[in-house]
Design a protein around this ligand. Sequence first.
Ligand code: UFG
Length: 331
Amino acid sequence: MNVLVVGGAGYIGSHCVRQLIAAGHRPVVLDNLVYGHRRAVPTELPFYAANLGDAETLKTILRKESIEMVMHFAAYCYVGESVTAPLKYYENNVSATLRLLGAMLEVGVKKFVFSSTCATYGSPDHLPMTEDLPQAPINPYGQTKLDVENVLKALATAHGLSFAAFRYFNAAGASEDGAIGEDHNPETHLIPLAIDAAVGKRPNLQIFGTDYPTPDGTCLRDYVHVDDLSRAHIAVFPKLGEPGQRYFYNLGTGKPFSVREIIRAVEKITGRKIPVIESPRRAGDPAALYADSSKVQRELGWKVKFPDAESIIATAWRWHSGHPNGYGDEA
Ligand code: UFG
């Protein structure tokens, strides 16, 4: 299948591109390279440096490359920034996505895979989290993703769009061969920050909150390997054959790990001590988020290859060791 991967030079998108190739598909990548990295995309693939909201360019690409399906990863994803700069989030994550969807429908491309998030649930009143929990985001980032989910439902009804929305828990890790990995600027995620602190690139790691109602007082999260996430996106293809299909899946391993457990696992994998500072809670962090992923296992036959924090962190460490300055290292 010819698949346009919007945001294909970003962290999750670039891993999905490699999984698409491995599964025999033909990815075409579009990325404006604001946060993405050209070097994360194989040079032999068609690559368009363009904005997802540029409908005219999109229509040209969709036609020229005979695109049959679009995967959309191009979102701003900093929860804190979404609170202070909501317009930036609504413009990119919602308005530009509407223009992408409009271009697709005009050209007649009606299959869509969307990167959604567990942040659409807000602070859940039930754990582990199933897909039928109420969606009540507590920040604009989560709200923008929920808004798009709702638009997709309307387009399925009105125009026969077939789509799958995957609600990710904490994407982590890097490709097994260490060729591509996580390189955010700024970096806010726990595992890469812990690795940076372990190797002395940062003086320490702050633990945001030690007084949560959890076994060791720190937040519980569900870390899921980026290649496991990517495989689910491809496993859903056969379900999108008929018009008007709609699917929502949580993607997590279902196993919660605390911040302290992650720190210990990073110390074990790297063989180095992480200097930690116990700090106040970070605004907007729910105490515990972890998935019930039985639906995606049952319906898509999804199985995780990286079931625990250590196996995920080992891949992140391989990437980091080979690329201590991320993509900036490469010529
Ligand atoms: N944490 C620290 N210190 C740090 C960084 C993070 O203690 O320096 C903690 C956080 O407080 C949180 C956990 O580590 O408890 C994980 O934090 P991340 O920033 O790595 O990830 P989040 O859980 O905040 O974010 C993820 C996704 C978002 C999504 C959000 C939903 O990356 O896209 O879950 O809550 F919106």
